[in-house]
Design a protein around this ligand. Structure first.
Ligand code: ZN
Length: 101
């Protein structure tokens, strides 16, 4: 897919999570977040795991993509994770991630 933010390929990881009642098998990370220092894919994936088993309201929608922004803590640090669902797809896309403290 063409990403307007990074223009590059996204990294994908296998995953087993349930978010908004949807069984997810893959996490796709846009490397755009790398402009924020001190965050790695490991951090992002650890935050994504914290979404599992929960339900979230959409913060926005564009065509068949629903967008969410969720504040999550890890190791006493607070992050905002911006992520998406594509309708009927079994992956969770990470759009951005940055520190909130
Ligand atoms: Zn991207």
């Amino acid at each position: 897919m063409d990403c307007p933010r990074c223009q590059g390929p996204h990294r994908t990881y296998p995953a087993t999570l349930t978010v908004n009642g949807r069984a997810i098998t893959q996490v796709e990370i846009c490397p755009y977040y790398e402009k924020h220092e001190g965050i790695t894919d490991e951090t992002v994936l650890a935050l994504v795991v914290r979404l599992s088993g929960r339900y979230f309201n959409e913060n926005g929608r564009q065509d068949d993509y629903a967008y969410f922004a969720t504040e999550l803590a890890r190791s006493d640090k607070l992050y905002r994770l911006v992520w998406l669902f594509k309708d009927d797809a079994l992956y969770l896309g990470v759009v951005n991630c940055f520190r909130r403290d």
